[in-house]
Ligand binder design. Structure first.
Ligand SMILES: [Zn+2]
Length: 361
């Protein structure tokens, strides 16, 4: 599984501002990217955790989109928790890649309004967003054996936690990384040029994108899910002691499905939870106009899983509110992918399937 050519040597200094890391050490480094429009220094802050034994180099990053903060909190806890004396291999952690967008609490840096996850590997002569992307890709992604890229749904939506597969002809190593997260659902979309996972795949580094929670919103459950996914991967890669628990089958969702939208102004009150099964004709939520008391029931037109829901209660005509993804309970096999047996792991039933199967009985 390990590649020699990209194997990081813990004695190698990263960037001009980071000090050398030694085995068994955890360091905080700052890497200068550029000088900003207001003459401030733009930096990438990172942590290096150098294990005492050999193993792969895993890069963990979050906030490529500046307001997707669940991953930032996940990585803060991971850095705090991992003891380098119990680690095999190395962790490189960049909790906030798009620091300029993060400072504004926005998905993209408003001065160039470029979606960083469409322009990797970046450009040294480009805009600030392109310069940051270039430094991140060149210094960190190229040094990694594996990458976990943490994202959240766009504000104000929340999607069912899932792993995204957005590369053409994924290798078994890549698919094993997706399975190793232990996340219950997967979305397979088309390849997108400039996406971190696509460009990392192009240079031979398996990179998986995990989508947890909603932009601008941190919940304990979502943070714990992210921590567990990273530790599952680390256990399966032999970086951490312990046994990963992964579902024997992942649910494959088509998140390109149409959203249910509000036809009126008002306040949205969901009647379902993420991951819940609804039948065609069932109510997903209601919109009530607080002035006229006009009420509209949001009805699902198909039987399936509630895979997305909006957290913004104030809605206008056309506001997207929920997404129900087709799921035929009588033909489970067409929605499921069997996961391979992986080292240091044991299989469990998919928690969403457990709920669906219980509802069937
Ligand atoms: Zn994102």
């Amino acid at each position: 599984m390990q590649k020699d050519e990209n194997q990081i040597n813990p004695d190698v200094q990263i960037g001009q501002m980071g000090r050398k890391g030694r085995r068994g050490e955890k360091i905080l480094g700052h890497l200068k990217v550029a000088v900003g429009e207001n003459h401030q220094e733009i930096r990438l802050n990172y942590f290096g955790i150098w294990g005492v034994k050999d193993g792969p180099t895993l890069l963990l990053n979050a906030a490529v989109h500046g307001n997707e903060v669940v991953g930032v909190e996940v990585l803060r806890e991971i850095v705090d928790d991992i003891n380098p004396k119990e680690l095999c291999g190395n962790l490189l952690v960049v909790p906030i890649v798009n620091s300029l967008a993060f400072d504004y609490g926005l998905r993209c840096y408003p001065n160039d309004n470029i979606d960083m996850n469409r322009i990797f590997p970046g450009n040294t002569d480009g805009t600030m967003t392109e310069k940051i992307a270039h430094t991140f890709f060149d210094v960190f992604a190229r040094r990694a054996d594996y990458i976990i890229d943490l994202h959240s749904a766009e504000f104000p939506d929340e999607l069912i936690p899932h792993v995204r597969v957005r590369v053409k002809n994924p290798s078994s190593e890549y698919l094993n990384l997706v399975a190793s997260t232990g996340i219950n659902a997967v979305w397979k979309g088309s390849e997108v040029e400039g996406m971190l996972q696509t460009e990392a795949h192009r240079i031979g580094v398996p990179c998986t994108t995990i989508e947890i929670g909603s932009a601008g919103r941190i919940t304990r459950g979502n943070v714990e899910l992210g921590i567990l996914a990273i530790k599952n991967v680390m256990r399966i890669l032999g970086m951490l002691e312990g046994t990963a628990e992964i579902p024997s089958r992942q649910i494959v969702l088509d998140l390109n499905s149409a959203w249910l939208r509000s036809p009126i102004d008002g306040i949205f009150r969901p009647a379902t939870k993420l991951g819940q099964f609804v039948k065609a004709g069932e109510t997903v939520g209601r919109i009530v106009n607080p002035a006229s008391f006009e009420e509209y029931l949001l009805i699902s037109h198909l039987s399936g899983i509630v895979a997305g829901i909006s957290h913004q209660p104030i809605v206008q005509p056309g506001t997207r509110l929920a997404i129900v993804v087709d799921f035929d309970r009588d033909d489970l096999t067409k929605h499921l992918v069997e996961l391979p047996a992986l080292p240091n792991s044991q299989l469990k039933e998919n928690e969403y399937l457990n709920i669906l199967i219980n509802e069937l009985n």
